[in-house]
Design a protein. Sequence first.
Length: 275
Amino acid sequence: MTGRLAGKVAFITGAARGQGRSHAVRFAEEGADIIAVDLCEQIATVAAPMSTKDDLDETAGLVEKAGGRIAAVVADVRDRAGLEAALARGERQLGRGVDIVVANAGIFPVGGPEPDPDRTFGDVLAVNLTGVWNTISATAPGLIERGRGGSIVLTSSTQGLVGRGGDGSAALTAYAASKHGVVGLMRSVANWLAPHQIRVNSVHPTGVNTPMIVNPFVAGHVANHPEAVAAVANALPVDMVEPVDVSNAILYLVSDEGRYVTGVTLPVDAGLNVH
């Protein structure tokens, strides 16, 4: 198969739906095979429905329709051993080690009830920050050992670059903190892995049209906090971008077109951060 990612294998977390699904399908269109990982169950502090095994199966079908092979594995980014097992299973099934890693899994429990703010805060950090570190820790040794370079992209957010729009809730505060933490991880790991020709970058979307934010709980938050929402409005006249807009940006970072790009924070933000 031809394409910008022909012959590559991509390991993508949070791949059952939303941005992760879009990345998997877009990469498959460019010739990559996919190891798709997702929790496929609900986290108690997240009020909006999370992805299911049926969603992950649908991603697998879409990747195959796009011409790619896929190993779809249920695993929790909070569990490093589980991620390592998912990685090993996927590499065995596809017959090649990973070349590309997209640490995309995340939660955004904004707008839901917070009976235990400490637990909410901890869950967001565990998935959005520790989960990213676990993904790096599971995949980097193989990338180094194979000696053919590679690319890692960490999904942050516009909230990883600004602190506007905070409302004091544990969910939104933890989200901004976790996404800022992803930037620190990216910069540190980019320096660590550069001698191995492994590039590490982060991507920073504005609101994306996915179930993580298009749900009644986030809609209620928007309705109840118009001033905070106005503080994070896009400069371009769009409310949200589409998942494929983020996928195309990541495709540049992981392809040979971005072969000398490392350590950058790439906004896909419709101008939210324009000063």
